[in-house]
Design a protein. Structure first.
Length: 322
Protein backbone atom coordinates (compact mmCIF):
# COMPACT_ATOMS: atom_id res chain seq x y z
CA UNK A 1 0.00 0.00 0.00
CA UNK A 2 1.50 3.35 -1.02
CA UNK A 3 1.54 6.23 1.45
CA UNK A 4 -1.36 8.11 -0.19
CA UNK A 5 -3.54 4.99 0.02
CA UNK A 6 -2.65 4.56 3.69
CA UNK A 7 -3.44 8.20 4.45
CA UNK A 8 -6.74 7.90 2.60
CA UNK A 9 -7.70 4.97 4.82
CA UNK A 10 -6.57 6.95 7.90
CA UNK A 11 -8.65 9.98 6.84
CA UNK A 12 -11.81 7.90 6.41
CA UNK A 13 -11.24 6.10 9.70
CA UNK A 14 -10.60 9.33 11.61
CA UNK A 15 -13.64 11.06 10.17
CA UNK A 16 -15.88 8.09 10.97
CA UNK A 17 -14.61 8.00 14.57
CA UNK A 18 -15.06 11.75 14.97
CA UNK A 19 -18.56 11.62 13.51
CA UNK A 20 -19.50 8.94 16.04
CA UNK A 21 -18.07 11.02 18.90
CA UNK A 22 -19.02 14.61 18.03
CA UNK A 23 -21.50 14.33 15.15
CA UNK A 24 -21.26 14.79 11.39
CA UNK A 25 -21.50 18.59 11.53
CA UNK A 26 -18.33 18.92 13.61
CA UNK A 27 -16.41 16.06 11.94
CA UNK A 28 -15.31 18.11 8.96
CA UNK A 29 -11.84 18.48 7.43
CA UNK A 30 -11.86 22.22 8.13
CA UNK A 31 -12.02 21.44 11.87
CA UNK A 32 -9.12 18.99 11.96
CA UNK A 33 -5.44 19.62 12.65
CA UNK A 34 -3.47 16.63 11.32
CA UNK A 35 -0.18 15.66 12.98
CA UNK A 36 1.93 13.10 11.13
CA UNK A 37 5.08 11.71 12.72
CA UNK A 38 8.16 10.80 10.67
CA UNK A 39 11.61 9.41 11.54
CA UNK A 40 14.23 12.00 12.49
CA UNK A 41 16.49 10.75 9.71
CA UNK A 42 14.02 11.85 7.02
CA UNK A 43 15.24 14.60 4.69
CA UNK A 44 13.28 17.74 3.85
CA UNK A 45 12.53 16.16 0.46
CA UNK A 46 10.99 13.11 2.17
CA UNK A 47 8.86 15.37 4.38
CA UNK A 48 7.69 17.22 1.26
CA UNK A 49 6.64 13.90 -0.26
CA UNK A 50 4.62 13.19 2.86
CA UNK A 51 2.78 16.49 2.37
CA UNK A 52 2.10 15.59 -1.26
CA UNK A 53 0.72 12.21 -0.16
CA UNK A 54 -1.50 13.95 2.40
CA UNK A 55 -2.81 16.25 -0.35
CA UNK A 56 -3.60 13.31 -2.63
CA UNK A 57 -5.33 11.52 0.24
CA UNK A 58 -7.58 14.52 0.86
CA UNK A 59 -6.28 15.43 4.32
CA UNK A 60 -5.36 18.96 3.22
CA UNK A 61 -6.30 21.27 0.36
CA UNK A 62 -2.81 22.58 -0.46
CA UNK A 63 0.65 21.15 0.22
CA UNK A 64 1.55 24.17 2.35
CA UNK A 65 -1.61 23.99 4.45
CA UNK A 66 -1.28 24.82 8.15
CA UNK A 67 -3.80 22.05 8.82
CA UNK A 68 -0.94 19.54 8.60
CA UNK A 69 1.97 19.48 11.02
CA UNK A 70 4.84 17.06 10.43
CA UNK A 71 6.55 16.12 13.69
CA UNK A 72 9.77 14.19 14.18
CA UNK A 73 9.12 10.97 16.08
CA UNK A 74 11.64 11.73 18.89
CA UNK A 75 9.98 15.10 19.45
CA UNK A 76 6.52 13.51 19.60
CA UNK A 77 7.83 10.93 22.06
CA UNK A 78 9.38 13.63 24.22
CA UNK A 79 6.13 15.62 24.35
CA UNK A 80 4.20 12.57 25.54
CA UNK A 81 6.71 11.09 27.95
CA UNK A 82 7.67 14.38 29.57
CA UNK A 83 4.01 15.31 29.97
CA UNK A 84 2.74 11.96 31.22
CA UNK A 85 5.49 9.59 32.27
CA UNK A 86 8.91 11.16 32.88
CA UNK A 87 10.39 13.45 35.58
CA UNK A 88 9.63 17.16 35.03
CA UNK A 89 12.17 19.30 33.24
CA UNK A 90 13.87 22.33 34.72
CA UNK A 91 15.49 25.20 32.85
CA UNK A 92 19.18 24.49 32.38
CA UNK A 93 18.74 20.74 31.96
CA UNK A 94 19.42 18.88 28.72
CA UNK A 95 17.63 15.77 27.52
CA UNK A 96 18.34 13.34 24.72
CA UNK A 97 15.37 11.53 23.20
CA UNK A 98 16.44 8.12 21.91
CA UNK A 99 13.52 6.70 19.95
CA UNK A 100 14.13 3.07 18.94
CA UNK A 101 11.26 1.56 17.00
CA UNK A 102 10.77 -1.29 14.60
CA UNK A 103 12.77 0.00 11.66
CA UNK A 104 14.76 3.03 12.77
CA UNK A 105 16.47 4.55 15.78
CA UNK A 106 16.45 8.36 16.08
CA UNK A 107 18.30 10.55 18.56
CA UNK A 108 18.14 14.28 19.33
CA UNK A 109 19.56 16.30 22.22
CA UNK A 110 17.47 19.22 23.49
CA UNK A 111 18.27 22.06 25.90
CA UNK A 112 15.62 23.17 28.38
CA UNK A 113 14.95 26.90 28.51
CA UNK A 114 12.53 29.07 30.45
CA UNK A 115 10.08 30.99 28.26
CA UNK A 116 6.98 32.80 29.45
CA UNK A 117 6.81 30.89 32.71
CA UNK A 118 7.19 27.52 30.97
CA UNK A 119 10.08 25.23 30.16
CA UNK A 120 10.52 24.72 26.42
CA UNK A 121 12.86 22.48 24.43
CA UNK A 122 15.32 23.73 21.84
CA UNK A 123 17.47 21.48 19.68
CA UNK A 124 21.10 21.27 20.77
CA UNK A 125 22.06 18.88 17.95
CA UNK A 126 20.71 17.98 14.54
CA UNK A 127 18.62 14.83 14.70
CA UNK A 128 20.39 11.67 13.58
CA UNK A 129 18.95 8.27 12.72
CA UNK A 130 19.99 4.78 11.74
CA UNK A 131 18.38 1.58 10.44
CA UNK A 132 18.77 -0.53 13.57
CA UNK A 133 15.28 -1.09 14.97
CA UNK A 134 13.88 -4.30 16.41
CA UNK A 135 12.99 -5.79 13.01
CA UNK A 136 16.70 -6.32 12.41
CA UNK A 137 16.88 -8.48 15.54
CA UNK A 138 13.81 -10.33 14.24
CA UNK A 139 15.61 -10.94 10.93
CA UNK A 140 18.60 -12.39 12.79
CA UNK A 141 16.32 -14.74 14.74
CA UNK A 142 14.39 -15.82 11.66
CA UNK A 143 17.65 -16.59 9.86
CA UNK A 144 18.95 -18.58 12.84
CA UNK A 145 15.65 -20.49 13.16
CA UNK A 146 15.60 -21.23 9.41
CA UNK A 147 19.18 -22.49 9.37
CA UNK A 148 18.58 -24.71 12.40
CA UNK A 149 15.46 -26.47 11.09
CA UNK A 150 16.72 -26.49 7.49
CA UNK A 151 16.17 -23.88 4.80
CA UNK A 152 14.11 -26.14 2.51
CA UNK A 153 11.81 -27.30 5.32
CA UNK A 154 11.36 -23.77 6.69
CA UNK A 155 10.58 -22.20 3.31
CA UNK A 156 7.98 -24.85 2.45
CA UNK A 157 6.37 -24.65 5.88
CA UNK A 158 6.34 -20.81 5.98
CA UNK A 159 4.48 -20.58 2.66
CA UNK A 160 1.87 -23.20 3.59
CA UNK A 161 1.41 -22.21 7.25
CA UNK A 162 1.58 -18.40 7.66
CA UNK A 163 -0.55 -18.55 10.79
CA UNK A 164 1.79 -21.04 12.43
CA UNK A 165 4.78 -18.88 11.46
CA UNK A 166 3.11 -15.88 13.09
CA UNK A 167 2.66 -17.86 16.31
CA UNK A 168 6.39 -18.66 16.31
CA UNK A 169 7.23 -14.99 15.78
CA UNK A 170 4.80 -13.96 18.53
CA UNK A 171 6.60 -16.28 20.93
CA UNK A 172 9.92 -14.81 19.79
CA UNK A 173 8.60 -11.31 20.49
CA UNK A 174 7.96 -12.27 24.11
CA UNK A 175 11.42 -13.82 24.40
CA UNK A 176 13.04 -10.77 22.81
CA UNK A 177 11.42 -8.34 25.24
CA UNK A 178 12.24 -10.40 28.34
CA UNK A 179 15.88 -11.16 27.54
CA UNK A 180 18.33 -9.28 29.80
CA UNK A 181 21.50 -11.37 29.91
CA UNK A 182 24.90 -10.34 31.23
CA UNK A 183 26.78 -7.83 29.12
CA UNK A 184 30.29 -7.95 27.60
CA UNK A 185 33.11 -7.70 30.15
CA UNK A 186 34.49 -4.63 28.35
CA UNK A 187 31.67 -2.69 30.00
CA UNK A 188 32.50 -4.00 33.48
CA UNK A 189 32.75 -0.54 35.04
CA UNK A 190 29.17 0.25 34.08
CA UNK A 191 27.88 -3.20 34.93
CA UNK A 192 28.57 -2.77 38.60
CA UNK A 193 26.00 0.01 38.70
CA UNK A 194 23.49 -2.11 36.78
CA UNK A 195 23.84 -5.38 38.69
CA UNK A 196 24.80 -7.20 35.49
CA UNK A 197 28.27 -8.52 36.14
CA UNK A 198 29.97 -11.45 34.42
CA UNK A 199 28.10 -13.91 36.66
CA UNK A 200 24.96 -11.79 36.80
CA UNK A 201 21.38 -12.52 35.81
CA UNK A 202 20.86 -14.57 32.69
CA UNK A 203 24.41 -15.91 32.34
CA UNK A 204 23.13 -19.51 32.17
CA UNK A 205 19.55 -18.81 31.16
CA UNK A 206 17.96 -20.44 28.12
CA UNK A 207 14.92 -19.47 26.06
CA UNK A 208 12.62 -21.72 24.07
CA UNK A 209 10.65 -21.21 20.85
CA UNK A 210 8.40 -23.97 19.56
CA UNK A 211 8.94 -26.01 16.40
CA UNK A 212 5.39 -26.85 15.23
CA UNK A 213 4.63 -30.50 14.32
CA UNK A 214 3.98 -29.65 10.67
CA UNK A 215 7.47 -28.15 10.46
CA UNK A 216 9.05 -31.09 12.30
CA UNK A 217 7.66 -33.47 9.68
CA UNK A 218 9.38 -31.50 6.92
CA UNK A 219 12.79 -31.37 8.61
CA UNK A 220 15.61 -33.53 7.28
CA UNK A 221 16.98 -36.22 9.59
CA UNK A 222 20.16 -34.20 10.08
CA UNK A 223 18.28 -31.15 11.38
CA UNK A 224 16.05 -33.33 13.57
CA UNK A 225 19.14 -34.91 15.11
CA UNK A 226 20.67 -31.49 15.87
CA UNK A 227 17.52 -30.28 17.59
CA UNK A 228 17.07 -33.55 19.52
CA UNK A 229 20.64 -33.28 20.77
CA UNK A 230 19.92 -29.81 22.09
CA UNK A 231 16.66 -30.96 23.66
CA UNK A 232 17.90 -34.28 25.07
CA UNK A 233 15.61 -36.34 22.85
CA UNK A 234 12.92 -33.73 22.19
CA UNK A 235 12.39 -32.01 18.83
CA UNK A 236 9.45 -29.76 19.60
CA UNK A 237 11.39 -26.66 20.70
CA UNK A 238 14.40 -24.64 19.66
CA UNK A 239 16.65 -23.72 22.60
CA UNK A 240 18.33 -20.31 22.56
CA UNK A 241 21.21 -19.90 24.99
CA UNK A 242 22.16 -16.50 26.41
CA UNK A 243 25.21 -16.52 24.12
CA UNK A 244 23.01 -17.05 21.06
CA UNK A 245 20.61 -14.34 22.23
CA UNK A 246 23.44 -11.84 22.59
CA UNK A 247 24.60 -12.72 19.09
CA UNK A 248 21.12 -12.09 17.66
CA UNK A 249 20.94 -8.69 19.37
CA UNK A 250 24.55 -7.67 18.77
CA UNK A 251 24.47 -5.72 15.50
CA UNK A 252 21.33 -3.59 16.02
CA UNK A 253 22.02 -2.93 19.72
CA UNK A 254 25.61 -1.84 19.12
CA UNK A 255 24.38 0.53 16.39
CA UNK A 256 21.79 2.04 18.77
CA UNK A 257 24.47 2.58 21.42
CA UNK A 258 26.82 4.13 18.86
CA UNK A 259 24.07 6.51 17.76
CA UNK A 260 23.35 7.55 21.35
CA UNK A 261 26.98 8.18 22.28
CA UNK A 262 27.63 10.08 19.04
CA UNK A 263 24.72 12.42 19.72
CA UNK A 264 25.92 13.08 23.25
CA UNK A 265 29.39 13.83 21.93
CA UNK A 266 27.89 16.19 19.35
CA UNK A 267 26.08 18.05 22.13
CA UNK A 268 29.37 18.37 24.00
CA UNK A 269 30.99 19.88 20.90
CA UNK A 270 28.09 22.36 20.66
CA UNK A 271 29.01 23.77 24.05
CA UNK A 272 27.09 21.56 26.49
CA UNK A 273 29.93 21.27 28.99
CA UNK A 274 27.93 19.30 31.56
CA UNK A 275 26.73 15.73 30.99
CA UNK A 276 23.26 15.33 29.51
CA UNK A 277 20.78 15.45 32.38
CA UNK A 278 18.59 12.63 31.09
CA UNK A 279 18.41 10.16 28.21
CA UNK A 280 14.76 9.39 27.48
CA UNK A 281 14.56 5.93 25.87
CA UNK A 282 11.27 5.37 24.01
CA UNK A 283 9.86 3.36 21.10
CA UNK A 284 8.75 -0.23 20.67
CA UNK A 285 12.28 -1.66 20.93
CA UNK A 286 12.72 0.25 24.21
CA UNK A 287 10.61 -2.46 25.88
CA UNK A 288 13.60 -4.79 25.53
CA UNK A 289 15.31 -5.22 28.89
CA UNK A 290 18.56 -6.08 27.13
CA UNK A 291 18.52 -2.92 25.01
CA UNK A 292 17.77 -0.86 28.12
CA UNK A 293 20.75 -2.36 29.95
CA UNK A 294 23.09 -1.90 27.01
CA UNK A 295 22.07 1.73 26.48
CA UNK A 296 22.54 2.45 30.18
CA UNK A 297 25.97 0.83 30.12
CA UNK A 298 26.99 2.78 27.02
CA UNK A 299 25.84 6.28 27.96
CA UNK A 300 26.51 6.11 31.70
CA UNK A 301 29.85 4.43 31.14
CA UNK A 302 30.84 7.21 28.74
CA UNK A 303 30.27 9.86 31.39
CA UNK A 304 28.20 11.84 28.88
CA UNK A 305 24.83 11.42 30.64
CA UNK A 306 23.61 11.37 34.23
CA UNK A 307 20.72 8.91 33.91
CA UNK A 308 18.54 6.92 31.52
CA UNK A 309 14.76 7.04 31.90
CA UNK A 310 12.41 4.50 30.28
CA UNK A 311 8.73 5.47 30.66
CA UNK A 312 6.23 2.74 31.64
CA UNK A 313 4.81 2.54 28.10
CA UNK A 314 7.74 3.47 25.82
CA UNK A 315 6.11 1.90 22.75
CA UNK A 316 3.16 4.32 22.95
CA UNK A 317 5.16 7.52 23.37
CA UNK A 318 5.33 8.54 19.69
CA UNK A 319 1.61 7.90 19.13
CA UNK A 320 0.62 9.86 22.24
CA UNK A 321 2.93 12.80 21.61
CA UNK A 322 1.01 15.00 19.16
Amino acid sequence: MVMADYLTFMRKYALDKLAADVGNAAARLDNIQWCLTVPAMWSEASKALMRTAALRAGLIRTTGSDALTIILEPEAAALHALDKQAPPLVAGMSVMVLDVGGGTADATVHNCQALGGQVVLSEATCAEGALCGSVYVDKEFRSFYRNTVGAAAFDTWAVKNPGSLQQVMDRWEAVKCSFASNLPTSLADSLGQLGLGADGPGSGETFRVSIPPDLQRLMALEQQAVVRQQQQGQASELVLSSAVMRQLFQGPVEEVCRLAVNQLKAARRQGNARPCSMVLLVGGFARSSYLQARVRAAVLGSGLADKVVVPPAPHAAVLGGP
